[in-house]
Ligand binder design. Structure first.
Ligand SMILES: [Mg+2]
Length: 251
């Protein structure tokens, strides 16, 4: 079966969506991403049709997700699950390590290379090298070295970014949502594009869950299905909603 003919009924599922690289194209700077207006409409429709079983699961903090997806305020996990807003609007903050000392260990590299960008989050640091791809190995080595002294963190190597994050992952966030209404009892579907999403695929595809992962773009993945890019993800969401509307009008 090709991706064009594969049928999804996301409104019947518990749908978990990564944000950057999955719903929107990556941009030179994280703040420069462009949110297609259709995305807001599609997410709103799925949220209604699925009785709210839709959540964003991202490395970004919740306030950034709310900013880009306004006026929507969806259930969401931010900073890879370190913060989470449940379907009934409660905010759950996981205990996270202090990033202060880690930041100090990265400063010499940052001062020497202004093209690098350090994003500071609650409990996590993201070292972006999009504007200096030749510094990739330096960034990895420096972060690994720094983390030898800061045991509260795990290193993640994503697309043009090396990140130190707490020992919590997107899979934990998905598992937490799946214990709660309206996600509980539904088939989990996780769509994501990067290494951090593999933990989400693993939880969705766990044997007892009967769910599936959809990997966006190239690169190795344990996800069962794959699509090309964010435009294709929007296409899947649109198709699922259109098929549902047709089935409803056909009675
Ligand atoms: Mg992503």
């Amino acid at each position: 079966m090709t991706e064009q003919t594969r049928h999804y009924d996301f409104a019947a599922d518990a749908l978990f969506l990564d944000f950057d690289g999955t719903l929107v194209e990556l941009a030179p700077q994280p703040e420069e991403i462009v949110v297609p207006p259709e995305l807001i409409t599609l997410l709103q429709r799925i949220q209604q049709e699925s009785d709210g079983a839709l959540a964003i699961v991202s490395g970004r903090p919740l306030d950034q997700l709310d900013f880009f997806l306004a006026p929507l305020r969806l259930p969401a996990a931010g900073v890879h699950g370190a913060e989470r807003r449940t379907a009934d609007g409660r905010i759950i903050q996981q205990p996270v390590p202090d990033v202060h000392h880690l930041r100090e260990r990265l400063l010499p590299l940052l001062n020497a290379h202004p093209d690098l960008q350090l994003e500071i989050k609650r409990g996590a640091l993201a070292l972006h090298y999009r504007h200096a791809p030749h510094l990739e190995q330096r960034c990895i080595d420096t972060m690994m070295d720094a983390l030898k002294h800061e045991p509260g963190f795990t290193m993640l190597h994503g697309k043009m970014v090396v990140e130190a994050k707490p020992h919590i992952n997107k899979g934990d966030a998905v598992a937490a949502f799946l214990r709660e209404a309206p996600f509980r009892g539904r088939r989990p579907v996780f769509i994501g594009d990067d290494v951090t999403d593999e933990a989400g695929f693993a939880v969705a595809q766990a044997e007892a869950m009967h769910g599936l992962g959809i990997k966006v773009g190239t690169g190795p993945s344990q996800a069962i299905h794959r699509v090309a890019d964010p435009a294709a993800v929007l296409g899947l969401l649109r198709q699922a909603l259109d098929a549902r509307a047709q089935a409803a009008s056909a009675g």
